[in-house]
Design a protein around this ligand. Structure first.
Ligand SMILES: Cc1ncc(COP(=O)(O)O)c(C=O)c1O
Length: 394
């Protein structure tokens, strides 16, 4: 191993949302935070060097992406996902969440409907409802410990008001890597019903051994023309604070509508350091990336084995991607509020409550495993002790 992910980086006093704001968010300070989706790991040295070099220049006026930026994106997408991207398709933006809001504004009117597949990344719902559009839920089905799309339910929910479907691929929080067949069936239903697919593929690089992410445009005939693909190096390389992502829109008229929305919202220039970091990471971050992925996968195995041995009734859904474990705490027999309080106050750990991802997330917690193993271990020991102190026999 070239990188030491066991080393605990002290993130306190870095304006870290995960480490510096727990008192205001949870009312608790001395907790282990394993909630918001960033990593506790230091980024590749090559990225740090590139940022330092740019910082040393000392002039930070307005900046814009050059040819080399676009080439870095094009090469990464081709190499990792066999997704052949043309330069003009790429719309750089500061982050995926604001882009989701702009996407809703671009392709729907107030009162239109947008489909989501809960339990799913909670900001999807916000992007729809904050814009006075209507959320239509097509819940995933949990069958023998694995989540699946429910196509029959999807077809029943479609009417002429449905304009978009938000696809999370791979899926946060349930960790599924959708197969080509699943994506094909989904895409065909959407094509037939004139529904644009918004494929949020921000987690697509974080796919575990044995699984393969299929870029949505590659899943079926005509899909590229009907898809907005959201990509970013921010989850993969832990650079969310640098604000950089790319919304890829192959269809010219859809792209023009999106760019028009950026224009009328006066979307500003990109962050200088975000662009520098993207190029360094995509061009030279390969060895860090493959090692971090392995470390995260090992954390999943650690979590799984620990729970089997010490808390066998708490089940973790087998993850195929992402660093977010989806853990079923229903065996504790608590309401969501009780579970949240118990984890925060008794165990002193903070996860994301499952219900924020949708009703079917009740009783679950989303646990961020992008941390050093000693932190993960400490969190699990705290939970075990809290359960035992509460006299619960599980
Ligand atoms: C599916 C998904 N989309 C978007 C985001 C956030 O992206 P950004 O930081 O670029 O807004 C996350 C973060 O957890 C996510 O899981």
């Amino acid at each position: 191993m070239e990188y030491d992910f066991d080393k605990v980086e002290d993130r306190h006093n870095t304006n870290s949302v995960k480490w510096d704001f727990n008192k205001s968010k949870f009312g608790e300070e001395n907790i282990i935070p394993m909630w918001i989706a960033d990593m506790d790991f230091k980024v590749p040295e090559i990225v740090i060097e590139a940022i330092k070099k740019r910082a040393d220049h000392g002039v930070f006026g307005y900046t814009a992406p050059k040819e080399s930026y676009y080439n870095s994106v094009i090469n990464w997408m081709d190499k990792h996902h066999n997704f052949k991207v043309e330069k003009q398709w790429i719309c750089p933006a500061p982050a995926v969440v604001p882009a989701l809001y702009w996407i809703v504004q671009s392709y729907t009117e107030k009162g239109d409907k947008v489909i989501i597949q809960p339990p799913v990344y909670h900001r999807f719902k916000g992007a729809i409802e904050d814009n006075q559009r209507i959320v239509v839920e097509n819940p995933l089905k949990l069958v023998d410990g694995r989540y699946y799309m429910d196509f029959d339910d999807l077809e029943k929910k479609i009417d002429s008001k449905v304009k978009l479907l938000f696809l999370c691929s791979p899926h946060n929080p349930v960790g599924r890597v959708w197969t080509k067949e699943e994506l094909k069936r989904l895409g065909e239903i959407c094509l037939k019903n004139n529904i644009i697919v918004v494929a949020d593929e921000i987690h697509s690089d974080l796919v575990f051994q044995g699984y393969k992410h299929v870029a949505f445009p590659n899943a079926g005939e005509g899909f590229a023309n009907n898809t907005i693909i959201c990509t970013a190096p921010t989850k993969t390389f832990n650079i969310a604070g640098l604000q950089v992502c790319n919304i890829i829109i192959p269809n010219k008229s859809l792209r023009e509508e999106f760019l028009h929305t950026l224009k009328i919202n006066a979307m500003g220039d990109l962050n200088t350091f975000g662009m520098v970091a993207l190029e360094a990471a995509y061009n030279e971050g390969e060895s860090w990336y493959s090692e971090v992925l392995k470390y995260i996968q090992d954390n999943f195995n650690f979590l799984n084995n620990y729970l089997k041995e010490h808390l066998p009734k708490i089940k973790v859904i087998k993850a195929e991607a992402t660093y977010l474990a989806w853990v079923d705490f229903t065996a504790l027999g608590m309401t969501d509020e009780e579970l949240r309080d118990f984890l925060l106050k008794n165990a002193k750990v903070a996860f994301n409550d499952g219900y924020i991802f949708g009703k079917t997330g009740q009783g679950f917690q989303r646990v961020n495993l992008a941390c050093s193993r000693s932190i993960l271990k400490e969190a699990l020991v705290r939970i075990t002790n809290a359960i035992s102190n509460a006299g619960k026999n599980i």
